[in-house]
Design a binder for this molecule. Structure first.
Ligand SMILES: Cc1cc2nc3c(=O)[nH]c(=O)nc-3n(C[C@H](O)[C@H](O)[C@H](O)COP(=O)(O)OP(=O)(O)OC[C@H]3O[C@@H](n4cnc5c(N)ncnc54)[C@H](O)[C@@H]3O)c2cc1C
Length: 434
């Protein structure tokens, strides 16, 4: 069978509007760079909650970046455990980061309502499974941390595993909830979650903002910002012109390739690495679902989404990643690692009944800031530069939460210190200098 290359989510987009590129100089109050879910969500909240005029510049087309290449899991989760993060950043900052991430659910509801896309998010239980009894204690601690931040998580353990406060479940039932035929998993952290086509939602946001705010919102695609001048006034220059504004929000997923002119070096400069994430898909059967699988023996991690797609459920599986050398620009058409898809196939054969081989494959770029933690808010040295980026692999809800927070900060709202504050990188620099 021929494997179809490219994201299935992007192929569902039915664009009704032409791509308009910047072809003159413009001015606005805020310029947002990047037209993925982070950029459009930031525009949504800035336009809704302030009276600022916004121009958004996108290098390619809306939602064609990581947003269009994800696994579509709406989950409040971190790639690193609370205790690990707290050791580096302090408990309070991490707890605040957990609360902010959870607030992404409220923001998701607001975005779905405003765009008339309530049905786009299909609610499902999110499950993160482990295969070793030793890992259960850390699941329980993680559950407690999320619940302290306001989540409704629980841990399910299979018979024979000692774990106080966990829900007991028999092995076959656990496997069935995980959507796998593989019986190696002994426990799972479960929490409310959802599946969505994030590209469709982001495109719907673009259409909504263009029609709801014709006087305050302009969107230019195929307008890569090549130079960004920072100061009391900012100037974002693309091939067709320059946008002058009071401030700029970088929503570029981290990796920008733009020249920055500034008296102070922004903390993001030299601090983002690109990681290619690989995914394979196949039309299958079964109810919508979300699961992540941690396999201790192989030290590997896979995630799986099942979601209705053109009349039949699509199972999308990811996990393998490849780090790009620093400074190398990601190329969406390049073949980075054919073996990654074969590894996904091998995992899927152990996981899904009757799986033979993928019939789709795609990859996308994750921009990682140091520690794998997002940057949300103003740069400590250059206040006219704000961030909502650094996808951390699990960035859909977090992008919505970040967009809202940035909009409130523009209104002067102060927030408790958070793990997402860009100042953490300034502190790192200081420590290194000392
Ligand atoms: C394979 C994969 C699977 C994933 N699965 C999940 C998941 O299941 N759940 C989850 O929560 N997260 C997931 N993620 C992460 C999630 O996709 C991202 O966190 C999220 O989409 C990031 O949105 P964004 O808007 O920041 O980035 P993007 O969607 O990448 O948007 C950034 C935009 O900035 C533009 N840009 C960059 N530089 C410039 C410039 N100089 N000028 C103008 N525009 C520029 C780019 O063209 C791009 O469109 C996954 C990511 C990948 C790659």
């Amino acid at each position: 069978m021929t494997v179809r290359k490219g994201s299935p989510w992007i192929s569902q987009l039915e664009r009704r509007r032409p791509a308009v590129a910047l072809d003159d100089n413009e001015s606005a109050d805020t310029v947002i760079i990047g037209g993925g879910i982070a950029g459009l969500a930031t525009a949504f909240f800035v336009l809704r909650d302030t009276d600022r005029e916004v121009v958004l510049l996108e290098a390619d087309l809306v939602a064609h970046g990581a947003t269009g290449h994800s696994a579509g899991q709406a989950v409040a989760a971190m790639e690193r455990r609370f205790d690990d993060l707290a050791g580096e950043l302090g408990e309070e900052r991490v707890a605040q980061g957990y609360r902010e991430t959870l607030s992404g659910w409220e923001r998701m509801g607001e975005v779905l309502d405003s765009t008339g896309r309530r049905d786009e998010l299909i609610r499902a239980r999110g499950m993160a499974a482990v295969d070793s009894p030793q890992a259960v204690a850390s699941l329980l601690r993680e559950r407690d941390r999320w619940n302290a931040a306001g989540a409704h998580a629980e841990v399910a353990v299979s018979d024979g595993i000692a774990a106080e406060g966990a829900v007991r479940i028999d092995g076959p039932r656990l496997a069935s909830l995980l959507g796998t035929i593989d019986r190696r998993y002994v426990a799972a952290l479960c929490a409310p979650a959802g599946v969505l086509n994030a590209a469709l939602l982001t495109e719907a946001l673009a259409e909504h903002l263009l029609s709801a705010h014709p006087d305050r919102f302009r969107l230019y695609e195929r307008s890569r910002v090549r130079r960004l001048r920072l100061g009391d006034e900012v100037a974002a220059t693309a091939a067709g012109g320059t946008v002058f504004a009071d401030n700029v929000v970088l929503c570029t997923n981290g990796y920008t390739g733009m020249e920055i002119e500034s008296c102070q070096v922004p903390v993001s400069v030299g601090n983002v690495k690109g990681v290619v994430g690989f995914m394979a898909g196949r039309l299958d059967d079964g109810p919508p679902g979300i699961a992540a699988f941690f396999r201790s023996g192989e030290n590997s991690y896979y995630y799986m989404t099942r979601r209705p797609y053109s009349g039949r459920p699509l199972v999308a599986i990811g996990g393998p990643e490849k780090e790009l050398p620093y400074g190398e620009r990601y190329d969406a058409r390049r073949e980075y690692d054919e073996g990654a898809y074969r590894r996904i196939d091998a995992f899927a054969r152990e996981t899904l009944d009757g799986y033979d081989e993928r019939d789709m494959e795609w990859h996308g770029l994750m921009g990682y800031t140091p520690g794998g933690i997002r940057l949300v808010g103003p740069d400590p040295g250059v206040p006219s530069l704000m961030y909502n980026l650094g996808c951390n692999g699990i960035g859909l809800l977090a992008s919505l939460a970040g967009g809202w927070k940035v909009a409130q900060q523009m209104r002067g709202t102060l927030f408790p210190p958070s793990m997402f504050d860009p100042s953490r990188l300034a502190r790192d620099k200081l420590v290194r200098l000392v």
